[in-house]
Design a protein around this ligand. Structure first.
Ligand SMILES: [Zn+2]
Length: 275
């Protein structure tokens, strides 16, 4: 099995929003920001090729359909995910599975692209797209706070093509990958646990987007249910520390993957891991 991190691009998020109630005097020591208080965030995709012939993508970045509308986020160094796959001799039709941690625009944008007629069509026509039932329901009838984070054209063509695979409980996608469910940031986030002979990698998505978010109470203002985020983070981190799992951060522009250790009531990065 091979695991590869692909950075699909970067954007600026407001530091105050990223760290919620934590004052800047505290977070500035753990995450840099510019004069406009913008923090550079990555949008990581994971490419996993398994021994049983699967080619799996985990999250697909913001894509290229809404960049002008989203210009507030100052995107830069964007790549075309299909070109990045082509460089690795992978055609879109060869992707067997796309795991979507959730359906906010910065995680599922490349699931569709505009064709010559300006119509959104699926990018990976043979892939099962794994989404939790809870996240799908939340997407179909979004609450007022998350409504602007969802773009129907990112995912409705996937459903119309019959490629949506809804998950209601912890599920084994294949022998090497389990999908766990976590709430908080948004309902029913899928967190893939990828088991290799050396260790288990946890693609934490927006449950723990940055290494600085390892502190359980460092919760983003984008989280819809912050108390739930706190409890869910502890659930993830307790197991990760106990079992020496490596956490992959989808949004941290400076730290990609670390093991974690418990320090009193909090958690810290222990060792950088090459994924
Ligand atoms: Zn999100």
């Amino acid at each position: 099995m091979k695991i590869e991190v692909i950075d699909t691009g970067f954007f600026y998020a407001d530091g105050g929003a990223m760290f919620g109630a934590i004052p800047k005097t505290a977070w500035r020591r753990r995450y840099p920001s510019d004069e406009a208080n913008g923090c550079v965030l990555a949008m990581r995709t994971l490419l996993v090729t398994t021994d049983d012939g699967r080619t799996i993508l985990i999250d697909t970045g913001a894509g290229d359909k809404h960049l002008r509308y989203l210009s507030y986020y100052r995107f830069f160094n964007l790549i075309d995910l299909t070109e990045a796959l082509a460089q690795r001799q992978i055609l879109p039709g060869q992707v067997t599975d796309v795991i979507l941690t959730h359906l906010h625009f910065d995680h599922c944008g490349y699931c569709t692209r505009y064709n010559a007629d300006g119509k959104p069509v699926v990018t990976f026509p043979n892939a099962r797209h794994w989404v939790s039932q809870a996240q799908w329901s939340n997407f179909l009838t979004p609450n007022a706070l998350e409504k602007d984070s969802y773009f129907p054209e990112n995912i409705l063509p996937v459903e119309e093509a019959g490629l949506l695979q809804l998950v209601t409980e912890k599920t084994a996608l294949c022998p090497a990958i389990d999908l766990h469910l976590f709430d908080g940031h948004t309902p029913g986030q899928l967190v893939p646990y990828i088991h290799t002979p050396e260790r288990t990698f946890v693609f934490a998505g927006d449950v723990i987007p940055l290494a600085a978010s390892l502190s359980p109470e460092w919760i983003s203002a984008y989280d819809t249910y912050p108390v739930t985020s706190y409890n869910e983070k502890l659930r993830l981190l307790e197991q990760a520390a106990r079992e020496h799992q490596a956490i992959l951060f989808c949004h941290d522009a400076y730290t990609t993957c670390t093991t974690v250790k418990k320090t009193g009531k909090s958690y810290k990065s222990l060792e950088n891991i090459q994924a």
